[in-house]
Design a protein around this ligand. Sequence first.
Ligand code: SAH
Length: 355
Amino acid sequence: MESAESVVKAHIKSAGPMDVGQFMALALGHPKFGYYMTRDPLGARGDFTTAPEISQIFGEMVAVCMAEAWLRAGSPDAHLVELGPGRGTLMADILRATKGAPDFVNRVQVHLVETSPVLRAAQKAKLPNIKVTWHDSVETLPTDAPLLMVANEFFDALPMRQAIMTERGWHERVVGLDGDTLSFGSRASLLPLPPKPVGTIIEFAPAREAVMDSIAARFQKQGGLLLAMDYGHDLAGAIGDTFQAVRKHGFCPPLEHVGDADLTSHVDFARLAQVAESKGCAIYGPITQKVFLESLGIRERLNQFLANSPDATELVGGVERVTQDGGMGTLFKVMAVAGNVTFCPLKPAGFHSLS
Ligand code: SAH
């Protein structure tokens, strides 16, 4: 029976081993068998959960940050864009939280960049009565007004590649076949990297950089703000293998359960920042998700809820989880990218702890 795994194997048999980025692209995004194309992976019955699914207050804080930036930019007509919106929960929370600011809701148009038909359907159901335009990529987003963008756990799902230092210099890590089993190998490759001890792995992600480059170029022309949240680090070209697969809320080896497990790697925020800066954008952060949410008043908002309905205990657990030290609160980082004179000089709310 055809499956993501059989597609990958057939590809290797005909064209030879593939780089880790090609493997990720096929396993996650193959139009018929790709992981994201065939399911809603979120929630208790899925494979993993995310901050917007854990706490509605997460989305409210994102809304505060974006609406505040928009106000300070002079309340322009704008496009409100989410990249990889999952079930549409974050966008629904942003729109609910900004209802009290009719100017904002009336002046923005909603755009969702999503490749999965299953998740597009979930987003449609979550956002009834909202005019939404869907896009396959950022390339088709409108060019006529500033872009207010948010991306939670989007960049980490885009393909990443790995360089590995061997006795014979830097090689690219590849996925090949050992008999009929998928296995990692390496092939000689011209990678302009400094020498490191044998076995060292360095990750790089041209696909992520290309998306950031495209967003930054847009920002310079039409203005905009991006809030990107991801499991990641702030050290350009950091060392180490962060390729991971998650299935049913636990880790599994990345070459097993092809098309049936989520594949991600840590986001190299420093590298993405360099790309955006080279296009003239301003960068804020990355800061930890905890600092971001607490500076925006997540605790005060929680207390407000509790004062009105003291038994809203699940809200307490949710806020604890998304701000937890050593957990989501510190492993997840938030970086803001702002472009052109309208948005550039404005440090977004939530980033005031930065000097
Ligand atoms: N932001 C959501 C979902 C995160 S999962 C949340 O926080 O709950 C990753 C999301 O990115 C899914 O919606 C997935 O379908 C989407 N996605 C993955 N690769 C994509 C690509 N190349 N282009 C657009 N969307 C993509």
